[in-house]
Every structure is written in structure tokens, then in C-alpha cells.
Design a protein around this ligand. Structure first.
Ligand code: SAH
Length: 382
């Protein structure tokens, strides 16, 4: 099945209480703050390179980037003199405007020509340059921390059903009994996708594959291997265990995926086992770990206590506690939401320290152990 959601994303501001769904950065400021700490910690773990690009895919209303940039500004001292720049990959012109408003106030300009790779540029309220692109390929090369929050789940999927005759693709068709109505059908013969996208050792009988997500992950892995950096992917997801997850949301309610196409948010859980396979050995992968574990490893409990200590207003306090519960409760977003990272291999190896300047071949001495990757182990920054 190939359903392109671009129409929906290009045309709507679907986020927030009045939209079709609400996301973690919109629920609590703590989410973005902890991800900001994660970015800083990975920059430090990489040896504090002098240029640091923060790249976000599908930034929605800009809330996550806004919270991260606030952390960068507050911890400016820790960033030293690094040249930090912000790069947003966004297909929706409407949302890019919402993001620009949130991040720059009115300090942004659209490009004169539609064909420019950078279609909008500005300066954040904290003084950092921000650029908008439609594609990862247009983002300049260099050490980067890539973030994708609720991005991969918005990309189109193919659906497949295991049958007695082998794998068959499931497609959207017009219902012959009710013209104007759509239905799902199992294609009787193999398709290119059904012969190419299923693993030989696949155990499931129903599988969803997102090849566009796979291509983006491969490009990310190549960039991280060549230029240094890390990617953090956070989404509703599983590690190759779930089958039929394709669903629609409209006005915060589940919505028939086939009804009124283009008007509802269509989404499928991210299959991290597929993303890991597509990244291959080019990068080191960690996760997926549950959002609850990731945020607890990042110190969400301590951060909540600090905010509560500094806040007397009962309704803000209630909101902070409610947001914390929504993000971490296993029955809410705590378990179904999963975090996954791809890292440059050098990030996890102990650097060799050789004694330079001597004529004799130096005996390499092992450098200090690499910093643990925050969020993915209990030794996070908490
Ligand atoms: N990350 C945000 C928004 C998630 S909604 C949050 O968590 O609140 C998905 C976002 O991805 C939207 O900004 C949408 O416009 C964007 N998007 C969807 N498909 C895209 C694509 N193919 N390329 C770039 N951005 C895309």
C-alpha cells in the first residue's frame, strides 16, 4: 500500500489541542529540555567539535527546537565558542511559517525563488542562524546532531500479507459496490514491492515497510559516518514484532484510514528492526528503549522536582505533573513510544593516545573510556 501523506502535511496545521493529535514537546517543556541536554552531551562525547549543526526533521510547531535552543542559550558557557547553527527539514510551507514565528519572532525571510534549497532563513530569538529545507540532501555537510520526533511514523508505508502462495501486497482500491468508497485488497500476483521489501527470514504474517524511512536512515548513516555526529529517532514504534499498526487520527480520535483521504493524520508504528538493518554497519545503533526509560535515564524526575520547587501556581504545577505522567506512564506514552540512536563508531571506542614527537614508534596508550550515551543507559546525566 502506498499512501502519500504529503498532501495532508502540506495543507494542514494538524498539531495541538485544536488539531488532530498532540505530541510530547507540546505536552511538556521538560521533554525538549532533556533532548537539549542529550544533544549537548553527544557534542561533548564527540570531542566538542568547533562547528555544531542541529538538524531537525519535521519540527511541527517548533516547540521541541524552541525548548532545545533555550537550553543551549542557558548553557552557553558549556558550548564554549562552538559555532552552532539550526537546520530544519520541513515540507509544509504553512508549518515552516509557524516554526519561524515560534523560533525567530518575525526575524525570518522566505527565499525569492521557489527552487532555492534553503527556502526560508532567519535568526533565533537566542541569536542562532536557522535555515529551512525540503530535503536532507540540501542540508550542508558537517558534524550534526539529527533529531526526528514523530517524523518517521508520518512517512508512507507498504503493507503486505503472507498467503499460501507467498507474500502479497495490500493496496487501496475503489469499492466496486460503492463508488466513492475505498477498500483494502490483497493483490493476487506478486508486485515489485512484495518481492523486494520482505526479509527472507520474516516470521510475521502481516508486515508494514516504510522504504522512504529506510532511504533517509541510510543517508543519515552515511553522513554520520563521514562527518561525525548522531541521530536520535523517537516515535511510536516496535522492534520488528508488530503487524497491523496503520491508523488514522482526526480531532484526537481514531479515524478510518480510508475515509475522506487527505483530511486525517495517517500513521504507522516505526519498525526499528528495519531501520537498524537499513543503517547496517555504517554506524553504531542503540535502542530502541522505551520513552519512560529514556526520560528517566535523562533525569526527568529531578527536572520535575526542580520545576515544582520553583513554581507556586497550582494550575501550572498540576500541568507539570500531568505532563510528566502522560510522557512516562506505561499505559500512556511511556512504553509505546521508543527511542533509537545512530552514532559515529568513534563515539563508542576508547581513543588511542600516542606520545607524539618521539623518534621510536610510540606505544599507544588507551585514552579515557568514552562517555556513556545519555538516555540509553542508567549512567545518563541524571
Ligand atoms: N516533530 C513534531 C511534529 C510531528 S508531525 C512534534 O513532535 O511535535 C510530522 C512533521 O513532519 C510535520 O512538521 C510535517 O509537516 C513533517 N513532514 C511530514 N512528511 C515530511 C517529509 N517527507 N519531509 C519533511 N517533513 C515532513
Amino acid at each position: 500500500m502506498y499512501l502519500h501523506t504529503n498532501g495532508y502535511y502540506v495543507q494542514n496545521d494538524m498539531l495541538g489541542p485544536d488539531g488532530d493529535f498532540i505530541t510530547s514537546p507540546e505536552i511538556s517543556q521538560i521533554f525538549g529540555e532533556l533532548l537539549g541536554i542529550w544533544c549537548l552531551s553527544e557534542w561533548i562525547g564527540a570531542g566538542k567539535p568547533s562547528r555544531f549543526q542541529l538538524v531537525e526533521f519535521g519540527p511541527g510547531r517548533g516547540s521541541l527546537a524552541n525548548d532545545i535552543l533555550r537550553v543551549f542559550s542557558q548553557l552557553r558557557g558549556a558550548l564554549g565558542g562552538a559555532a552552532v547553527s539550526v537546520h530544519l527539514v520541513e515540507v509544509s510551507p504553512k508549518l515552516s511559517q509557524v516554526q519561524a514565528q515560534c523560533l525567530t519572532g518575525d526575524q525570518s525571510q522566505v527565499s525569492a525563488s521557489e527552487d532555492e534549497p534553503v527556502y526560508r532563513q532567519g535568526t533565533s530569538t537566542t541569536g542562532l542562524p536557522i535555515s529551512w529545507y525540503r530535503n536532507l540532501d540540501d542540508v550542508p555537510r558537517g558534524f550534526s546532531i539529527y533529531l526526528a520526533h514523530e517524523f518517521f511514523d508520518a512517512l508512507p508505508i507498504h503493507k503486505f500479507q503472507g498467503t499460501e502462495k507467498g507474500w502479497r501486497e495490500v493496496m487501496v482500491d475503489i469499492d466496486p459496490d460503492e463508488p466513492g468508497k475505498l477498500r483494502l485488497v490483497i493483490v493476487p500476483a506478486p508486485t515489485l514491492a512484495s518481492t523486494q521489501l520482505i526479509q527472507a527470514d520474516e516470521k510475521r504474517r502481516h508486515v508494514e515497510v516504510c522504504p522512504e524511512g529506510g532511504v533517509i536512515v541510510q543517508r543519515l548513516a552515511n553522513r554520520i559516518a563521514e562527518d561525525g555526529g548522531a541521530a536520535l529517532i523517537a516515535d511510536y514504534g516496535h522492534d520488528g514484532t508488530k503487524t497491523d499498526t496503520f491508523r488514522g487520527f482526526k480531532g484526537h480520535k481514531l479515524h478510518d484510514v480510508l475515509a475522506s483521504p487527505g483530511s486525517a493524520d495517517l500513521t504507522a508504528d516505526v519498525d526499528y528492526s528495519y531501520l537498524r538493518r537499513m543503517a547496517g554497519a555504517t554506524v553504531a545503533c542503540m535502542g530502541p528503549v522505551s520513552q519512560k526509560d529514556f526520560l528517566k535515564n535523562m533525569g526527568i524526575d529531578t527536572r520535575l522536582q526542580v520545576l515544582l520547587r520553583n513554581c507556586a501556581d497550582p494550575s501550572t504545577r498540576a500541568q507539570l505533573i500531568q505532563g510528566y505522567d502522560m510522557l512516562t506512564n506505561p499505559l500512556k506514552m511511556g512504553e509505546r513510544f521508543q527511542f533509537f540512536t545512530m552514532l559515529n563508531h568513534s563515539r563508542l571506542t576508547r581513543p588511542e593516545q600516542s606520545k607524539g614527537g618521539k623518534k621510536m614508534a610510540p606505544v599507544p596508550k588507551k585514552g579515557p573510556a568514552p562517555l556513556p550515551v545519555a538516555g540509553f543507559s542508567e549512567l545518563g546525566l541524571s
